[in-house]
Design a protein around this ligand. Structure first.
Ligand code: SAM
Length: 374
């Protein structure tokens, strides 16, 4: 049955639910093998790097799952100094990482917004425009996205978290900072501002069904995303959802479900960038390499200095940050050798899908020209 479904050009919601629920080893291996083939064909066998900088853990939001939520008083709040961020960016550039990703809690104040724009400009200048910059700084208004794009950032990741409105409401407080429709609007504004737009979901949330996850995949497709970053939900003891721990799938099951989601996203969307998330590694030491074999092509070594990274715990068991992120990359390279994958040193590794999408905008007649997914 699995092979029959995988041979189809178009996966239905029922097909997705079937594959997400597959338990037989043979079925799962067929799925991962197919995803790997699709990746090689459409994105190559290169894993691109994004040196991760956790800029600030100050957040105005109170998401019920997150360790750096505003209401968690056990967190020591920090914002990295500009010169520290610049040093990290220069390190990434010198070591040929090709790109960085700047992530932070959600702040919309002018000091933060303009400060980040200035920082992006400085990084671009000091690296001769050679270092790619991805942002992941939450929901902002259109003007802010435009300001950051114009300053020189070109990719943005904003997870929708779940496309089930019912589930979204369960995992967020009911107030103006956590509106389901605002999250969608923000994604649209990211595209409008010119970004390569990425989204994703948490996998294995309490109460989440296979149908919910199938709908998430169909949303990625219909929204025409350029990048995907998704991974397992992991409880945090200081977040309200931490006490729903007993309702969760086992860690190994959440890892497996995340790998299936990555594989299906690759099979359906073909030429997008897909990250091997850190949360996978928190539950399985080999989780990120497994993700690469299941269709992911982006790896984000954490570069945040340890004293700060220890206060950027979104969930329990975040992998320890090492002071030398180059070591992590070298280890990855060794692991990938023999698996038919290479590290894309010095490359931005942009989403191929983004360029096709942009071309379609200019020549609408092309929109039926890209493969069988219509
Ligand atoms: N504030 C930005 C935003 O909202 O997109 C970026 C930072 S936020 C901490 C990054 C992502 O961490 C969220 O989109 C969420 O999916 C993930 N995250 C937060 N808590 C998590 C948890 N307990 N388990 C797994 N992922 C989590």
């Amino acid at each position: 049955m699995t092979d029959k479904i995988l041979a189809k050009n178009h996966l239905t919601r029922e097909d997705l639910v079937y594959l997400l629920s597959a338990t037989e080893e043979k079925e799962k291996q067929s799925l991962f093998r197919k995803a790997n083939q699709v990746k090689k064909q459409h994105s190559g066998n290169v894993v691109y790097l994004r040196g991760l900088i956790e800029l600030s853990n100050i957040c105005r939001k109170d998401c019920l799952y997150c360790g750096i939520r505003k209401g968690n008083d056990n967190v020591e709040r920090y914002t990295l100094k500009d010169e520290d961020v610049l040093d990290l960016a220069m390190y990434a550039w010198r070591k040929d990482f090709g790109s960085i990703v700047i992530q932070s809690g959600e702040r919309t104040d002018k000091v933060f917004v303009d400060g980040l724009a200035g920082l992006i400009r400085t990084i671009r200048e000091k690296t001769d425009g050679q270092l790619g910059i991805t942002l992941s700084c939450g929901e902002q208004d259109y003007e802010t996205y435009q300001e950051w794009f114009d300053a020189g950032a070109h990719r943005y990741l904003l997870r929708i978290e779940t496309t089930s409105e019912e589930l979204f409401r369960k995992i967020h407080p009911d107030n103006e900072f956590h509106r389901f429709e605002d999250r969608f609007l923000a994604l649209e504004n990211l595209k409008k501002a010119g970004f390569q737009a990425g989204t994703g979901v948490m996998i294995g949330l309490p109460g989440q069904t296979m149908e919910n996850l199938a709908d998430d995949l169909l949303f990625f497709k219909s929204f025409d995303v350029d990048m995907i970053g998704m991974g397992p939900y992991i409880p945090h003891p200081d977040a309200p959802m931490g006490k729903w721990k007993a309702r969760l799938l086992k860690p190994a099951e959440r890892v497996e479900l995340s790998l299936k989601m990555i594989a299906l996203a690759r099979i359906m969307l073909k030429d997008v960038n897909i990250a091997a998330s850190t949360a996978l590694q928190a539950l399985d030491p080999d989780g990120r390499v497994k993700a690469i074999l299941a269709g992911a092509n982006v790896f984000m070594p954490n570069m945040t200095p340890k004293i700060f990274a220890d206060n950027y715990h979104l969930y329990e068991g975040k992998p320890a940050v090492r002071d030398n992120s180059m070591e992590i990359v070298r280890e990855l390279e060794v692991r990938l050798k023999g698996l038919g994958e290479t590290v894309g040193y010095g490359k931005w590794g942009d989403s191929k899908h983004f360029f096709k999408r942009s071309l379609r905008k200019i020549r609408p007649s092309l929109q039926y020209g890209w493969g069988e997914w219509r």
